[in-house]
Design a protein around this ligand. Sequence first.
Ligand SMILES: O=C(O)[C@@H](CO)OP(=O)(O)O
Length: 235
Amino acid sequence: MSSVTRVVFLRHGQSKWNYENRFTGWCDVDLSKKGCEEAKQAGMLIQKQGFIFDYAYTSLLKRAIHTLWYVLDKIDQAWLPVEKTWHLNERHYGALQGLNKTEVAKKYGDQQVKEWRRSFDSMPPPLHGINQQFSGYDIRYTKFTLEQFPKSESLALTINRVIPFWNNIILPKIKNKKTILIVAHGNSIRALMKYLDGLNNEEILELNIPTGMPLIYEFNEVVKPVRHYYLNNIV
Ligand SMILES: O=C(O)[C@@H](CO)OP(=O)(O)O
């Protein structure tokens, strides 16, 4: 019997705003047609590896939830216990949410946009006031007061809310040899990878997570990551 325990991470399939090249963050945008196909393909890749999961986790955002549904359908594990949590949400992109990335780069420069998107501690400009990109009144976020509700998040702040979730909820299950599926977002997965692999601030700058590509992490008996790799058609 294998002594490694596996966790499958999956960034949602392409969303409609990924397709339109717009900052998304906590805006609840659905999958594009291509994203639905990517999610089904991810399910097929996972199914080929014969994974039988004990638990699945996802965010409160439908691009991730629907990706998970496609995967569970393909692997015929729709019965799986699923927990949805804001801890796995995409990083909040503040006032950039809804804006076109190319237009923002024309206005502020490529370097600034790269920093906002990929650096460790740079914070996108915060949302001001209540506009259509503000989801603080949404019923799914009632546990936040308006003051607590994020108006923007750096990767560092994203790490602060993803890692306690990892340590409190996921880690004990890996210790108990449970196989776990986590369907999340580019930056919540980057936050986890920075932590798991001890990436420094230069390394994190270059880390991008592809949509709809299952990423397998293997953990040893003392729950240290020993190897990770993407599943693709070659596997
Ligand atoms: O817009 C977003 O929410 C994210 C992920 O789609 O974009 P980026 O790749 O710029 O972090």
